[in-house]
Design a protein around this ligand. Structure first.
Ligand code: OX2
Length: 808
C-alpha cells in the first residue's frame, strides 16, 4: 500500500473508531498501539501473501530455520522502518498530537529466548527477509516469555512474563494448518509384506497449532514467515483430559521457556518441547512439499532445514521417520535426502551446554524416534568398522553409556556444521569436535555472527544514523558494508563533533531513564561503561566488579584523586537455578549501593544495574555507551553479538581475544580497541597442565588482596554470605575462569581507557573507526553466506532491493 501522511491519518482514525469506538483524544496508549498495528499489518498483508505465492509459483528452494528461541523484541518501529513508512507515520502521529515513541512503549517485548542465540535467530529472520531470501522461522510460542527480573534487597527475583495478556497483535493463528504430534506410548514395527509399519499404542496426540508472524524485509516488498507452534488438545482427544489439571498438563508443553541457555538440566518437559516443535515443523514442511506432487527423492533440492544449536537436532530423526514410515522410502535413500537437507550451527563449547539425554527419557517422549536414532547410530558404527579404531568409534557414536548425544546426531545427520566466529570454529575443528573434523572435513565451516544494522542503528539510534547520512549518504542503509566510507572522514572535525554530540544526547536520554527507573542520578559527561549480557561466570561480570571495587578503594584513600568520572552500567539476567550467578548479582547491587550513597565519592564513580535486561532495554543502553565490556575468558564466548551492536553505535571495546572480538580487532586495528588478558593458547595451556594457582595472585598482589578482602571483611555491607561465596570460588575452588590472572592486565587497560577519554577528538575518531567497520558484521551478509554456502537458496526473483533505494 502506498502511504501518504494524509492517508495514514485517515486510516488510523477510521480503524480506531471501528475497533474501539473512540476518538484519538480518548484512546488509551494500548488502544492506540493496537490500532497502529492493525494499520501496519494491513500495509504488508498483501505482500506477505504474494511472497508466499511467488515461492510456490517459482518452485523456489526454501530454508526453514529451526530454533527453540527467538527474541524479536518489539516489532512496531522495525516494521515501519522496513516498510518505508517510518517518517510518514511519525509525522502523521505528531499531526494527531501523538508520539510514536510513546505508543511503541506499549508493545510488550516478544522475549521468547534467553540471550545471544535467540537474538541471533531474530536478526537472521530480519536479514533473510531483507535479502529477499526464501527463509522461514520455526519455533515455539511460549505462553510465558523469559521471566521478568526484579531486584529485592539486591537479590534477583523472577516473575512470570505474561506477554500475551493483551494478545499478540502481530501473529495470525492458522488453525487449518494444525498438525498432530504423537508423544509417549509404545511403538511396534510390523512387516505387512510391503514395508515395516509403525504401530503406535497408547501415545498422546497433541495438536500443534501454528501462529505465523510476518517478517518484513527492508524496502523490498518481501515478507517472510516466522511460524511458532502452540500445543492444544485435539477435539477427538478431549475426553481423555476431563479435568482442568489434565488439560493443563498438555497445554503446559508450550507454557514456559526453559530459562537457561547454558546449564544443562535434564528435564523431560524440555525434551518434549524439543520434539514437539521439531515434529510439527517437519510435518508441515513435508505436507506442503507433497501438495505439489514433487518426487520425495528430490526433496533436498527444494528445502533446506537448519538446526540452530542442538535443541532441534531431532529434526534428523523426525525427517527420517516421515520418509520411512509415511512415505515408505528405503533407508539409504531417506538417509541421503536427510543429510543433504539438514545443516547445523554450534553456538558453544561449554561442556555443560552440550546436550545429552538419557535413552530411557527419549523412550518415554517418543519411542519411534529413539528407535530411529539407535538405527542411525548402529549404521554409523558399522560403516566405520575397519576404517577407524574402536576408541574413535566409541567416542563419536551418538549413543554412549545410555546417553544420546545431540551434537553427534546433528553432525552425523547433516551436510554442514558451522561455528559462529573464526576462533570458535577453529576450536571446534581442532579440539571439541576434532574427531568429526577428521571424519568429515568438508562439512565444517565458519559463519561469523552478524546483527541487523536496521534495528541496532537505524531504529535505536536515529541521531547517529542521520549524522552518518550527512557524511556519506544513505546507501549504507541498504548495504551496511558501505559504512566503511566513513573511514575517509576521520579527519573531518565537524563530523567527529557531531558524533560526539549524538552520543551525548543519547547519554542524556539514558541518564533520564536511569533516574526514572532507579532514582540514581548520573552525569552524561561521565564515561558510560556498559556490560550487557546474560550473567555467567565465564562472561566475568565479576572481573568488572573487582575493578570497580578497586577504583572505589583508591578514591577512599585519596578522594582528590584526578579520575575520569565513570558510570558502570550492567544489564543481566541469571538463570533462576544458577546460584553463583545470582550471588554475583547481589554483590554488584550492594557495591552499587555502597558507592552511589557515599558522598565522599563525589560522583566520580557510579554503578547502575538496570532490571530486566532484554532487547528493548538494550536499544536504550547501546546508543549511549562509550565503552563496551567483552571480557570473557579467552575460548569461552563462542562469538558474542553485543560486541558488534556496541561498536556499531560508536562504543569502544574493552576485550579479551575471544569470540568475534578477535575479528573486531582485526578490522578496527589495535589502536581502536582495548585488548587485555590471557590468549587462547595461554588458557588452553593452563587447562591442560593444571598449574594455575589463583591464591598466588592473592598472596603476591596487594591490590588483589585488598579488593578480595573487601568482600569478606565487612567493607561491602550486606554480602556476608555471597561475599564469602565469591571469595571462596576464586581462592578455594581456584578461579575456574582466570579472573585473578587477568586482573592486573584488565586494570591497566582500563587506565588506558580513562586516559584516552581525555582527548575527546581522538576518542570520537576511534568511535568513527569502530562505526565504519561495524558494517562487516551485518547479518545481511552473514545470512547471504549461509544461503550460498550451506542452504543453496537464491533471492526471490521479484525482489526489489535496488528499486527501493531512491524512495528514501
Ligand atoms: C550464544 C553464545 O554464548 C554466544 O557467544 C553467541 O554469540 C550466541 O550464542 C549466538 O551465536 N546459548 N547461547 C549461546 O550459545 C548457547 C548454547
Amino acid at each position: 500500500m502506498k502511504i501518504t501522511q494524509e492517508r495514514f491519518v485517515h486510516e488510523f482514525k477510521k480503524r480506531l473508531a471501528e475497533k474501539f469506538a473512540l476518538d484519538v483524544k480518548d484512546a488509551a496508549p494500548i488502544e492506540l498501539y493496537q490500532t497502529l498495528v492493525s494499520v501496519v499489518k494491513s500495509g504488508y498483508s498483501e505482500i506477505w501473501r504474494n511472497t508466499w505465492k511467488s515461492y510456490v509459483k517459482n518452485d523456489q528452494k526454501q530454508v526453514y530455520y529451526f530454533s527453540i528461541e527467538f527474541l524479536p523484541g518489539r516489532l512496531l518501529k522495525s516494521n515501519l522502518l522496513n516498510m518505508g513508512w517510518y517518517d510518514v507515520v511519525d509525522k502523521g502521529l505528531k499531526q494527531m498530537g501523538l508520539s510514536l515513541d510513546k505508543i511503541s512503549e506499549s508493545e510488550v517485548d516478544m522475549a521468547l529466548g534467553n540471550g545471544g542465540l535467540g537474538r541471533l535467530a531474530s536478526c537472521f529472520m530480519d536479514a533473510l527477509a531483507s535479502d529477499g531470501l526464501p527463509g522461514n522461522g520455526n519455533g515455539i510460542r511460549y505462553k510465558y516469555g523469559l521471566f521478568k527480573q526484579k531486584f529485592v534487597d539486591g537479590y534477583q527475583i523472577e516473575l512470570p512474563n505474561e506477554w500475551l495478556t493483551d494478545g499478540n497483535n502481530w501473529a495470525v493463528a492458522r488453525k487449518s494448518k494444525a498438525v498432530d504430534v504423537l508423544m509417549g506410548g509404545q511403538v511396534h514395527l510390523i512387516d505387512n509384506g510391503k514395508y515395516l509399519e509403525a504401530i503406535y499404542e497408547g501415545a498422546d496426540v497433541i495438536k500443534a497449532v501454528p501462529y505465523d508472524t510476518g517478517i518484513v524485509g527492508y524496502r523490498n516488498d518481501h515478507v517472510n514467515t516466522m511460524r511458532l507452534w502452540d500445543a492444544q488438545i485435539p477435539a477427538s482427544e478431549e475426553v481423555k483430559y476431563p479435568t482442568i489439571e489434565d488439560r493443563r498438563r498438555v497445554e503446559d508443553l508450550t507454557s514456559v521457556l526453559y530459562p537457561d541457555d547454558s546449564n544443562y538440566e535434564g528435564r523431560i518437559l524440555r525434551l518434549k518441547q524439543e520434539y514437539f516443535f521439531t515434529s510439527a515443523g517437519i510435518q508441515s514442511i513435508t505436507r506442503h512439499y507433497k501438495k505439489y506432487d514433487r518426487p520425495l527423492n528430490e526433496i533436498s533440492e527444494h528445502i533446506a532445514i537448519h538446526i540452530n544449536d542442538t535443541h532441534p537436532a531431532m529434526c534428523v530423526a523426525e525427517f527420517m521417520r516421515i520418509l520411512l514410515d509415511k512415505e515408505h522410502m528405503d533407508w539409504d535413500e531417506a538417509w541421503q535426502q536427510t543429510v543433504k537437507t539438514m545443516s547445523y550451527t554450534n553456538h558453544t563449547i561449554m561442556a555443560e551446554a552440550l546436550e545429552k539425554w538419557p535413552v530411557e527419557m527419549l523412550a518415554k517422549v517418543q519411542p519411534r524416534i529413539l528407535q530411529i536414532i539407535q538405527e542411525i547410530d548402529r549404521r554409523y558404527a558399522l560403516e566405520l568398522e575397519g576404517k577407524k579404531d574402536h576408541d574413535f568409534i566409541e567416542r563419536t557414536r551418538i549413543i554412549k553409556d545410555g546417553m544420546v548425544k545431540m551434537a553427534h546426531l546433528a553432525i552425523i545427520g547433516s551436510h554442514s556444521t558451522n561455528g559462529v566466529a573464526k576462533l570458535h570454529t577453529e576450536l571446534l575443528e581442532n579440539d571439541v569436535l576434532r574427531d568429526f573434523y577428521e571424519l568429515y572435513p568438508e562439512r565444517f565451516n565458519n559463519k561469523t555472527n552478524g546483527i541487523t544494522v536496521r534495528r541496532w542503528l537505524q531504529v535505536a539510534n536515529p541521531e547517529l544514523a542521520k549524522t552518518i547520512d550527512q557524511a556519506i549518504g544513505t546507501a549504507w542503509r541498504f548495504d551496511a558494508k558501505k559504512l566503511h566510507e566513513l573511514k575517509n572522514h576521520v579527519g573531518d572535525k565537524k563530523l567527529l563533533e557531531k558524533i560526539g554530540k549524538a552520543k551525548l544526547d543519547n547519554k542524556k536520554k539514558l541518564a533520564a531513564f536511569i533516574k526514572e527507573d532507579t532514582g540514581i542520578e548520573v552525569s552524561p559527561h561521565a564515561i558510560f561503561d556498559v556490560q550487557i549480557k546474560r550473567l555467567h561466570a565465564y562472561k566475568r561480570q565479576l572481573l568488572n566488579l573487582l575493578h570497580i571495587v578497586k577504583l572505589y578503594l583508591d578514591l577512599k584513600d585519596d578522594p582528590n584523586r584526578d579520575v575520569e568520572p565513570r558510570v558502570f552500567i550492567f544489564g543481566a539476567k541469571a538463570a533462576p537455578s544458577y546460584h553463583y550467578a545470582k550471588a554475583i548479582i547481589k554483590c554488584i547491587n550492594e557495591v552499587a549501593n555502597m558507592i552511589n550513597n557515599d558522598k565522599t565519592i563525589n560522583d566520580k564513580l557510579k554503578v547502575v544495574f538496570l532490571e530486566n535486561y532484554g532487547v528493548s532495554l538494550a536499544e536504550k543502553i547501546i546508543p549511549a555507551a562509550d565503552v563496551g565490556e567483552q571480557i570473557s575468558t579467552a575460548t569461552k564466548e563462542a562469538s558474542g553479538t553485543s560486541n558488534m551492536k556496541l561498536m556499531l553505535n560508536g562504543a569502544l571495546t574493552v576485550a579479551t581475544l575471544d569470540g568475534a572480538n578477535i575479528e573486531i580487532k582485526d578490522y578496527v586495528g589495535e589502536d581502536n580497541i582495548f585488548i587485555f588478558g590471557l590468549t587462547k593458547d595461554e588458557v588452553l595451556e593452563y587447562e591442560k597442565n593444571h598449574h594455575y594457582r589463583a591464591a598466588e595472585y592473592y598472596d603476591n598482589d596487594p591490590v588483589i588482596k585488598r579488593v578480595l578482602d573487601a568482600f569478606v571483611d565487612g567493607t561491602i555491607p550486606n554480602i556476608e554470605v555471597e561475599g564469602h561465596e565469591i571469595y571462596d570460588s576464586l581462592l578455594r575452588v581456584n578461579d575456574e575462569y582466570f579472573v585473578l590472572r587477568d586482573f592486573a592486565s584488565y586494570v591497566q587497560v582500563q587506565e588506558a581507557v580513562s586516559e584516552a577519554y581525555k582527548d575527546k577528538q581522538n576518542w570520537n575518531k576511534m568511535c568513527l573507526v569502530n562505526i565504519a567497520n561495524a558494517g562487516y558484521f551485518s547479518a545481511d551478509d552473514t545470512v547471504e553466506k549461509y544461503a550460498k554456502e550451506i542452504w543453496n537458496i537464491k533471492p526471490n526473483a521479484t525482489e526489489m532491493k535496488g528499486k527501493a533505494k531512491d524512495v528514501y
